[in-house]
Design a protein around this ligand. Structure first.
Ligand code: CA
Length: 413
């Protein structure tokens, strides 16, 4: 396949997304090198017997039908696609399904069922604890015993590239309660897990089976209005400060593609309760970064680099905990990791941490930033080494801030 080497989309990757071309119907696709492969076309043409494996599941505007088919089928299809893209003799059969990556429009790849956002990075939870409660223990007493989370708003998950309108809401300044556009718009660098196989209502998913339900991983930006959040969050947690938009990358990377970069993850003390005790290596050595392109600046600058490998609460533990009360998984559930931060300066996954709540502004591409200005663009990126000399790049989660309705977008700041 052309351009597969060094593109981040070698044959070892084969992520799934939903694209349209020239105003046509959205359908399921994968990407290899610089081209997008229209999988609905391959299946319709019966290439490699794909039609028998997937029926018309690729001829849909979301991945949900395919994801509901379960892990054995995902593996069969992935093996078949790997053969097809690596086999030069199939080239002429695949050719009609190839589209230059620059020519496609990306759509939200999944119909999001429930959206849950965890809080699983101990560095992030510690950093925020220190900022908000400087005189107390940074971690609340429950944090090391269970993976803390909140339920977010599934309907406002948007695909990468969708503009993010600055939200308005209530803020508190001293004794004054005011209403207006947020003055503390922030990002959160996260990795989301997409659920494929549902679970049975009333039946907790054992920690050892949890990963069987996971279709793949993708970058997530949990945009956050810190002033709205700070006033509203007690006692029930985030609400309007986060529900206005959550950006999801256009490509879902299959969990199997990331199997080679699994690592042990950090020790957990105290030992979790039995239902959360996990065998095996469930950290992922995925490098993450946040790039910021300030409005009117000429370029972008990376403001944070960190790793997903050190996440304290692992994905199977998050799933076991989420379902332990009998709540079940649905196809299309999105479980985000929570902000991923590292222990060093420059490895934090949010501006509130990077700028110490605004006290230490960043110099970014010639501009100064604490929180985001209208016209700023944020791009989250991730890559992982999956074989000697083979690196895959997860789909980006990008978004540009648009002025609140009724205010002039100045673009400078
Ligand atoms: Ca979050």
């Amino acid at each position: 396949m052309p351009g597969a080497d060094g593109s981040g989309f070698p044959a070892e990757h084969l992520p799934y997304g939903v694209v349209s071309v020239g105003g046509g119907a959205p359908r399921v696709a994968t990407r290899v090198g610089d081209v997008v492969v229209d999988l609905s076309r391959l299946a319709r043409d019966g290439v490699g017997g794909l039609d028998e494996l997937v029926g018309d599941d690729f001829d849909r505007p979301t991945l949900n039908a395919f994801m509901a088919g379960g892990r054995d089928r995902w593996r069969e299809v992935r093996a078949r696609l790997t053969e097809l893209v690596c086999d030069a003799s199939q080239r002429t059969r695949i050719e009609p399904a190839l589209v230059p990556a620059a020519d496609v429009t990306h759509h939200l790849p999944i119909e999001v069922a429930d959206y849950v956002d965890f809080y699983s990075s101990i560095e992030h939870a510690t950093n925020l604890g220190r900022l908000f409660r400087p005189d107390a223990e940074p971690l609340l007493p429950n944090w090391r015993h269970l993976p803390v989370a909140y339920h977010g708003r599934a309907g406002t998950v948007v695909v990468s590239g969708t503009p993010v309108v600055r939200p308005s809401g209530q803020r508190r300044a001293g004794d004054d309660i005011t209403f207006g556009p947020t003055e503390r718009l922030d990002i959160e660098l996260e990795v989301g897990a997409v659920i494929g196989t549902p679970s049975t209502p009333g039946r907790p998913v054992p920690v050892g089976d949890a990963a069987d339900h996971v279709f793949g991983l993708a970058l997530v930006n949990d945009w956050s209005a810190r002033d709205i959040q700070a006033w509203e969050y007690q006692p029930l947690g985030p609400f309007l400060g986060k529900s206005f938009a959550t950006t999801l990358a256009p490509w879902i990377t299959p969990l199997d593609a990331l199997a080679p970069c699994r690592v042990p993850g950090p020790p957990q003390q105290p030992e979790p309760l039995p239902y959360l005790r996990l065998d095996g290596e469930w950290g992922f050595a995925v490098d993450l970064s946040v790039a910021l392109r300030p409005a009117v600046a000429r370029g972008e600058q990376v403001v944070s680099r960190t790793s997903f490998a050190g996440l304290y609460w692992r994905l199977p533990q998050q799933i076991a905990h989420l379902t332990v009360n009998g709540a079940h998984l649905r196809t299309g559930d999105l479980l985000a990791s929570g902000t991923v931060s590292g222990p060093e300066r420059g490895s934090e996954g949010s501006l509130i941490e990077l700028t110490r709540a605004g006290a230490e502004p960043l110099r970014v591409a010639g501009a100064t930033r604490t929180f985001l200005q209208d016209g700023d663009e944020v791009v989250l990126r991730a890559s992982a080494t999956v074989a000697d000399g083979v690196t895959i790049t997860l789909g980006e989660a990008a978004g540009r801030v648009v002025a609140a309705p009724g205010s002039d977008e100045v673009g400078a700041g």
